[in-house]
Design a protein around this ligand. Sequence first.
Ligand SMILES: [Zn+2]
Length: 158
Amino acid sequence: MILVTHALKHLTNFAFSKIRVLKGTKLYAIINQKCPKCREGELFVDRNPYHLKKLFDMPERCEKCNQLYQLEPSFFYGAMYVNYGFTVGIALAVFLAMNVLGNNFELHHYLIGIIIAIFILAPLTFRLGKSVWINMFIKYNPNALDEEEKAQALNRGQ
Ligand SMILES: [Zn+2]
C-alpha cells in the first residue's frame, strides 16, 4: 500500500508539473489547484493530495490576490456533487478497462476493482471536486494581482 501511494505521489506530481495547459483556461486553474481569480496563489495548503493530513487544509484567502475561498459557510458542500461525478467516471473507466483486459471477470471482480480505484483516487477526486466547484463561482481576473497591489498601497497610505 505504501508503495502504491508512493508511486501515485510521483505520478500526480509528474502530471501536475508536466501538464502544460494554457493559463487563460479554467482547466489550468482546476488541474493546477490554483486560485480561480488570479491563477497564481495556491488553493490548498499542501499541493500533494496524498499528504493526507493536509488533504482538507485550504488557506482562508488567496495569498496573492486576497480572494476569499469559502464564499459562504457551507460553500464547499456543492463540491460533493462534482466529486460524485468524478467517482462515477472512475467506476466506468475501470469497468471498461477490465472489459478490454479480460473476459473472465465476474461481477465481484468488477466491484473490487472499482472500489480499489475509487479508494486510491479519492484524495485526487476530492481536490478536483473543490477545484471545479470554486471555479464555477469565481471568475478569472487577469488584473487581480495589480488591483490587489493598488489596494494594499492605498491601505498603507491611510
Ligand atoms: Zn488569487
